[in-house]
Unconditional design. Structure first.
Length: 244
């Protein structure tokens, strides 16, 4: 991976852009994230150039027609370095390819929220990212939250991430996004706060498996405990045990 610790995946100061941002789920989640941490600088959706996603109580999000247009229009200090992909399954490859072609040297991490992406496309996404030296998580990830920096991408933490996640030393990694929230709640009820919450996604082919995330968590200064919620018997879990 390009990231050397969990903060390399997401930290305060990262700038986020969202594909298909005018879609129902993407616009709702983006508005909640914007109120929580204000890290979304823009989004893009075909045919929606010039629109905005209004966020009561926070900065509105400008919408562009394509990723290339967005990158050309934003000043250098406002261009994103993190991308959230909410595109329909058939459009995911094209959107990630556009990000790779027009975001070289700028984009560090791509989060693919979309589910039901084919195994063939998923494998191609990993190859695209590897060639461009970009980290990519998903598909079917709920996202990532860095509690100490109070930033998130995706829907981790639900509608009230500040209430769901309190600062602490436990990193929660789960293939199920909703279980990141649930396990965080269990830990916090026992008096143990959270450093990071990470949803790997639970498709058959996972773009960034546990064995690649474990070293990041081990090297993370704010993390003393790593809690995994997994499905025993899978190859990803076996590889993680070998890392441990």
């Amino acid at each position: 991976m390009i990231a050397k610790s969990l903060s390399g995946l997401l930290k305060k100061g990262d700038r986020v852009a969202v594909s298909n941002i005018t879609g129902r789920e993407a616009s709702k989640v983006s508005a909640i994230s914007q109120r929580y941490c204000g890290n979304i600088v823009a989004g893009w959706a075909l045919g929606k150039s010039g629109q905005t996603v209004e966020v009561p109580g926070a900065r509105s999000i400008p919408v562009y027609g394509q990723f290339e247009e967005m990158m050309a229009s934003l000043p250098e200090n406002r261009r994103p370095n993190k991308i959230i992909v909410y595109s329909p399954p058939d459009a995911v490859y094209g959107d990630v390819k556009e990000v790779v072609e027009n975001g070289s040297g700028q984009i560090q991490t791509v989060y693919v929220i979309t589910e039901h992406v084919s195994i063939e496309v998923t494998a191609k996404l990993r190859r695209l990212a590897d060639m461009a030296k970009i980290d990519i998580l998903g598909c079917n990830t709920l996202g990532v939250i860095n509690v100490h920096d109070q930033v998130r991408v995706g829907a981790v933490g639900g509608d009230s991430p500040g209430e769901t996640f309190r600062k602490g030393s436990a990193c929660v990694i789960s293939n199920s996004g909703n279980m990141v929230n649930t396990i965080a709640g269990y830990l916090q009820s026992a008096g143990l706060g959270i450093s990071h919450g990470i949803s790997t996604g639970k498709d058959m082919l996972v773009l960034t498996p546990l064995k690649e995330l474990m070293p990041l968590a081990i090297r993370d200064r704010s993390t003393q405990v790593i809690v995994l919620y997994v499905e025993p018997g899978g190859v990803y879990e076996q590889e993680a045990l070998e890392v441990i």
